[in-house]
Design a protein around this ligand. Structure first.
Ligand SMILES: [Zn+2]
Length: 353
């Protein structure tokens, strides 16, 4: 299928800019079956999933989640070159398991993603998850996924058992990510606070709160201050924090001790992160562009349960120039990951060093 023409498409250094979905999920059978009764979607086992209704998000997740061909069909349908495929951790998170089981489940998920990428090497870019209860196991799996599976993107939750990953206990993780020049994709696996279970608010309200807590902690703990090379993409447009920065900066004036780890105003660090465009409401995308800049955004659909027209959602944003659209739809992510469009048809390939 020939690539569809969209506004903003123009050759970059002799090649067109690729279109890449930064946010697309998969399931691995063993991990999903083991994890579902511990997951936020079932109220941590209190409310088993009913049989999926046709056309529902659950049915889409259960069908396309296991099927790489469905992902490629979606990419073809939307004229996208590739997707960054990540674990659907709201259904198959692993932090509930004992450390050795968690490790095994992460290996299974990562190996399955590697198989998807092997099957569709120009259409999929793999990411890997880590058994984060254990420092030693995490570093071992991180080394395996990068050195043996050739992956360059690590998927992280916002928190593990209530400890946000920006906390000092996880400094080793950020140092390893920076040292290996990996890109981190941060996607919460769901708050454990039972209040959010009513009305599925864990999804509507809880995910953006988890993202806000993660980013705030990342700023205040000084991780962005000290590890300048970090490349971090926050899912769901970064949640609430980019839109409520006045109070961050006011807090430094009112409580100077809060800035002990940072040299600039907290809000200034927001532009050091990247955010996906999985926002569903055009006015929110406009606001995020105004706040952090078009150059910090990457297109993300949350396939198979999210935005069905991710390119159109970005293209219709009136404050974006055609060049902005091109970057958001894939150019910026390609730059982060060292990718370029293949010369014929749809797909991406690593830029040769
Ligand atoms: Zn998602």
């Amino acid at each position: 299928m020939a690539p569809a023409a969209h506004r903003g498409e123009a050759p970059v250094q002799g090649r067109r800019s690729p279109k890449i979905d930064a946010h697309a999920h998969m399931l691995e059978r063993t991990a999903a079956e083991a994890g579902i009764s511990h997951s936020v979607v079932t109220g941590f086992g209190a409310r088993p999933l009913p049989p999926a209704a046709p056309g529902s998000a659950q049915e889409m997740a259960e069908r396309a989640g296991y099927d790489p061909a469905a992902h490629v069909d979606m990419l073809d349908r939307l004229g996208l070159d590739a997707e960054l495929v990540s674990s659907m951790t709201v259904m198959q998170g692993t932090s509930w398991a004992p450390p050795e089981v968690e490790h095994e489940l992460n290996v299974r998920i990562n190996d399955e993603i590697a198989r998807w990428v092997t099957r569709h090497p120009t259409r999929m870019v793999g990411s890997f998850t880590l058994p984060l209860q254990s420092h030693e196991r995490s570093l071992r799996e991180l080394a395996r996924c990068t050195d043996e599976l050739g992956m360059t993107v690590v998927q992280l939750p916002a928190a593990v058992s209530g400890t946000y990953l920006s906390a000092p206990e996880y400094r080793w993780l950020w140092e390893a990510i920076a040292e290996r020049r990996l890109t981190a994709f941060v996607h919460p696996d769901g708050t454990r606070d039972p209040w959010f279970q009513r009305y599925s608010m864990w999804n509507s309200v809880g995910q953006p709160i988890e993202e806000a807590k993660f980013i705030a902690s990342l700023i205040y703990e000084g991780i962005l201050e000290q590890l300048r090379a970090l490349k971090i993409i926050i899912a769901h447009g970064g949640g609430y924090l980019p839109h409520y920065f006045g109070r961050l900066d006011r807090n430094v004036r009112a409580h100077p001790h809060s800035a002990v780890n940072i040299s600039r105003r907290p809000s200034e660090y927001l532009r050091e992160l990247h955010y996906d465009t999985c926002l569903y409401e055009p006015a929110m995308l406009e606001a995020l562009v105004a706040r952090v800049g078009a150059d910090r955004l990457v297109m993300g659909s949350d396939y198979p349960v999210g935005e069905s027209d991710p390119v159109g959602f970005v293209s219709r944003c009136s404050s974006l120039t055609p060049a902005d659209v091109e970057r958001i739809v894939g150019g910026t992510l390609a730059g982060l990951l060292g990718l370029e469009a293949v010369s014929e048809g749809l797909g991406v390939t690593a830029i040769s060093p």
